[in-house]
Ligand binder design. Sequence first.
Ligand code: HEC
Ligand code: HEC
Ligand code: HEC
Ligand code: HEC
Ligand code: HEC
Length: 230
Amino acid sequence: MTIRSKWAVVPGFVVLTSIAAIVSAYTGARQQQATTPDTAAGSAVRPSARATNKAPDTVIVNRGEWGYWGGSTPQGRSPTQPIAFPHPRHVQTLGMNCLYCHFSANKAMDPGLPAVSTCMGCHTVVTAQRPATDGLPARTSEGIQKLTTYWQNKQPIPWVRVHKVPDYVQFPHMRHVNAGVTCQTCHGQVQQMTRVYQYAPLNMGWCINCHIGNVNPAWKARYDCSTCHY
Ligand code: HEC
Ligand code: HEC
Ligand code: HEC
Ligand code: HEC
Ligand code: HEC
């Protein structure tokens, strides 16, 4: 090997490793899908050691084992929840605003989940004994019954987290909500989902595609590496 071609190897190697890093970021989400069954979260109910920034009596389980798994949660992920909470009922039928329950989406990194007391503000009145509605006979609601039991036992509801970017990625909800990006742009039509699922891939290419202005020119944002990784 001549001296010259030896030196050409160095920048060549740098370029190759950078490409490998970026390609792996883009494919990370797809590999996740193959290796992570979305029912993994539905199994044991274990309070997480890392449930921060949450409403005080609300805990997301299963975050611990995702401390590092390389990428974001996979598209289509839809874990079974401890209570089958119907978004359509509350948002469409009752006309509730997303921020009523996800109270810090426009103020903090984390959008927040409702405290059990928020639910009980209504469900001490709307009890598990449901009258005949929607062509159904009078019945006992399993969901409201479970909710009431958590409340009486002063326990948080162990909701299973659906969306999660890895810890080395910063995602500030308030910056997006205040810039006018709707919840539905990133989460799909939650108000129609009987069970919430992950609508977007949440991989790096998805973030950057919007930051460079491809989704809406008005939504251009910084996209140097330190914007999201610091
Ligand atoms: C707009 C936000 C954003 C910007 C800007 C950004 N990244 Fe990322 N990056 C992400 C997200 C989100 C992930 C996790 C994606 C996944 O693997 O599912 C990620 C993952 C990564 C990973 C890990 C890949 C893996 O599979 O383990 C590397 C390495 C990386 N980014 C490097 C960079 C570099 C280098 C830059 C600057 C050129 C950059 N990122 C800019 C959002 C961003
Ligand atoms: C009455 C309270 C309430 C309202 C109103 C509400 N949500 Fe929720 N939301 C919840 C609860 C409780 C959960 C956790 C259980 C679940 O995932 O079904 C949740 C979960 C979610 C998740 C998944 C969170 C995760 O773990 O990744 C998203 C996304 C979401 N809601 C978006 C919305 C949007 C968008 C709206 C408005 C269209 C909305 N929500 C209105 C109570 C509410
Ligand atoms: C603003 C009042 C209000 C709040 C707050 C509220 N709910 Fe409800 N919820 C209702 C009403 C009213 C119904 C019945 C809707 C109907 O009959 O069409 C209902 C229905 C339900 C049902 C379905 C009952 C069934 O079997 O038909 C469940 C489960 C439920 N709520 C759980 C929750 C949980 C969990 C929370 C807190 C995250 C919550 N609700 C917060 C008013 C509320
Ligand atoms: C620009 C895309 C985007 C927008 C807009 C957006 N979200 Fe999110 N949402 C995400 C991402 C990405 C995550 C995962 C964040 C993480 O892991 O830190 C997430 C996570 C969540 C979670 C779960 C957080 C937790 O701690 O359990 C809820 C709830 C949620 N979003 C609700 C909302 C609501 C309500 C709105 C509208 C007011 C909204 N989001 C707007 C992308 C978005
Ligand atoms: C649909 C469009 C869209 C998507 C998808 C999106 N963003 Fe953003 N992002 C924005 C907009 C708009 C802003 C606000 C820019 C501003 O305030 O000037 C922003 C701002 C940010 C900021 C603050 C930037 C700063 O200047 O300090 C960070 C960090 C960020 N986004 C990370 C992410 C990450 C990580 C993802 C993917 C998981 C993501 N974004 C996905 C549109 C998007």
